[in-house]
Design a protein around this ligand. Structure first.
Ligand SMILES: Cc1ncc(COP(=O)(O)O)c(C=O)c1O
Length: 370
């Protein structure tokens, strides 16, 4: 460890989560662990290895460079690029054995050309937009996409897939609408010559609650990390949060009543108190919005974070408790009988647990435990 502020990741929890979700899937459905964005902040290489060891058969990332990092670390499992790669990265896609999503003419043509240059065939996954209106082939251009793919003898359509607009409300009627559009897309693409492709559309929420959306593969992100896609989906399978955020107290000081703390002196002590400084800040993803809006656990007790969050530090008021420089503080995770979940911070920030863990910067060390 190179600094006294770190993200601790329990790889045993990752494995357990993969097992728990897998056990819940329709028999025959494969598990793609979504490890984009440094595995939602958890550490992409280690999480990928743990997920594969627990039975995931695919990994999913967004960036070509995210895929290359995994290959460079010796991971040889299939890696799906969930977004179509930029044309100028097509040669890397082929040479690193990544499996791209495709949905645009330049994307398809560049990958076809790259496969031709390498004299190899390339498996691609055709992404269909069934209503998220983000990426993928629009429903009114499916035949056109099939025509483009038919002109690329080096590209083999391994799957036709889509993505739900709801990750937190799998019972929403629009999920049914998307499933209907997906079925229609599969029929029309089959009529246009794209047959025997794998099918996948499900995210964590669908993996947990929609067996009718399991198909050949589910793409599980947040549940891999032991977090529920939404509070309402907590407890369906036994998930264990893998991530904790910890640091060591950098300074302890007694501060007089009436004094202020941190930039702007926004926090004023109404009585003398002990202010501890914690060595991480907004450059680490402990964002300014958390100023005065989070708790920290020290010695098994909960104390308020106070004052403005700085770039590399923030403070907490421990009152009259006796604490020392070097004592461990838990910002996300468990200490004694107290727990602060990513979802607790998300509620305070009016965001989602996904964002809380993903915003933790690479500048924080990742420490892996089992
Ligand atoms: C295409 C795609 N599939 C699957 C996922 C995983 O979603 P979740 O983390 O809700 O399981 C994501 C995440 O955003 C995604 O973009």
């Amino acid at each position: 460890m190179t600094r006294p502020a770190w993200v601790e990741v329990d790889l045993g929890a990752v494995r357990q989560n993969v097992h728990a979700v897998k056990d819940h899937l329709t028999p025959g459905t494969g598990y793609l662990a979504v490890v984009k964005a440094n595995a939602y902040g958890h550490g992409d290489v280690e999480v990928s290895k743990a997920a594969l060891a627990a039975g995931a058969s695919w990994l999913g990332v967004i960036l070509v460079d995210e895929g290359i990092r995994l290959r460079d670390e010796g991971i040889d499992a299939p890696i799906l690029l969930l977004h179509e790669p930029p044309p100028d990265r097509a040669d890397d896609v082929v040479s690193y054995g990544l499996t791209p999503s495709v949905y645009t003419e330049p994307g398809i043509a560049s990958l076809g050309d790259a496969a031709e240059r390498a004299s190899s065939t390339l498996a691609v996954h055709l992404k269909v937009d069934t209503g998220l209106n983000r990426l993928g082939v629009p429903m009114d251009r499916l035949e056109e996409a099939a025509g483009l793919l038919a002109k690329e003898p080096r590209l083999e359509v391994q799957s036709v897939f889509s993505h739900f607009a709801f990750a937190d409300d799998p019972g929403n009627r629009f999920v049914d609408t998307q499933l209907e559009r997906y079925a229609d897309a599969l029929d029309r693409l089959a009529a246009a010559g794209i047959t025997s492709a794998l099918k996948h559309i499900g995210n964590s929420a669908a993996a947990l609650t929609r067996p009718d959306a399991h198909f050949d593969l589910v793409r599980v992100g947040i549940a891999t990390y032991g977090l529920a896609p939404s509070p309402a989906l907590d407890g369906i399978v036994p998930l264990r949060p893998a991530l904790s955020l910890k640091c060591k107290i950098a300074r302890v000081a007694r501060v007089e009543a009436g004094e202020g703390v941190s930039y702007g002196l926004r926090y004023r002590l109404s009585r003398p108190g002990t202010i501890v400084s914690l060595p991480l800040g907004y450059a680490d993803g402990w964002i300014r919005a958390l100023g005065g809006n989070a708790d920290v656990l020290i010695g098994g007790s909960r104390y308020p974070a106070v004052g403005t969050v700085c770039m590399d530090s923030f403070m907490a008021d421990v009152g009259d408790s006796s604490v020392e420089v070097g004592d461990e503080a838990v910002l996300i995770g468990t200490q004694g009988s107290e727990r602060i979940g990513a979802e607790d911070l998300a509620a305070r920030l009016n965001t989602i647990n996904y964002e809380v863990v993903t915003m933790l910067a690479r500048r924080l060390d990742r420490v892996f435990v089992d």
